[in-house]
Ligand binder design. Structure first.
Ligand SMILES: CC(C)(COP(=O)(O)OP(=O)(O)OC[C@H]1O[C@@H](n2cnc3c(N)ncnc32)[C@H](O)[C@@H]1OP(=O)(O)O)[C@@H](O)C(=O)NCCC(=O)NCCS
Length: 175
């Protein structure tokens, strides 16, 4: 899909290396200042790497969408049916937005809105009629963004960052 100035496309296995590096950097920039370095290091090592992202890209239950500008990765999202939603999530044909990251220079520029539209299209292609996600309770920008795009808070679930047990808000939208 071509958008003005950038391209949204499905990831291929060859994208795993750049994607792992990008995802780890955005996660670290976003959450590093508010978390212990040892918890961040454990999480980054566990969740991001060529092996992890290759497995995700190859998994038919995960759609990984990349946004590129002039061949440079500037955002990505993952839509998935891999995880069982918490009991607070009600609805038919549930699909999750597992990750949704936009690089800093492109935040607040409308790119995230286009990526959300693409994520919802991908969720529909997976057979979804309801989309859910979990977002750290101390991430007000992301929560505000999701609210703007029709998600409502339905409850919470635990999230383990390294050894730190945290609380995510759980949000749901109809597709
Ligand atoms: C979350 C993210 C995708 C949102 O995209 P974005 O382009 O920044 O979204 P917007 O600029 O539309 O911001 C959403 C709203 O939050 C508001 N906002 C901006 N900074 C904020 C802050 N520090 N606290 C609270 N709200 C804030 C904005 O004003 C905007 O509302 P408005 O349009 O009514 O003014 C993007 O910031 C991002 O990728 N962040 C880093 C990774 C991340 O946190 N991902 C989500 C993980 S669940």
């Amino acid at each position: 899909m071509t958008e003005t100035g950038f391209l949204i496309r499905r990831a291929e296995p060859a994208d795993a290396g750049p994607l792992a590096e990008f995802a780890a950097r955005i996660f670290d920039e976003t959450f590093g200042p508010d978390n212990r370095p040892e918890d961040m290091a454990a999480h980054l090592a566990n969740r991001f790497g060529v092996r992890q992202q290759t497995e995700e890209i190859l998994n038919p239950a995960v759609v990984t969408l990349l946004v590129e500008e002039d061949g440079r990765l500037i955002a990505f999202t993952q839509v998935t049916t891999l995880h069982t939603p918490p009991s607070c999530v009600m609805g038919e044909a549930l699909v999750e937005i597992g990750r949704f990251y936009v690089d800093r220079p492109w935040q607040g520029k409308g790119l995230a809105q286009r990526l959300m539209a693409a994520a919802k299209d991908a969720a529909r292609e997976l057979g979804g009629r309801t989309i859910w996600l979990a977002v750290w309770e101390h991430n007000p920008r992301a929560i505000a963004f999701y609210e703007k795009h029709g998600f409502r808070d339905v409850g919470s679930q635990d999230f383990l960052l390294g050894s730190d047990l945290q609380t995510d808000r759980v949000m749901v939208a109809e597709l």
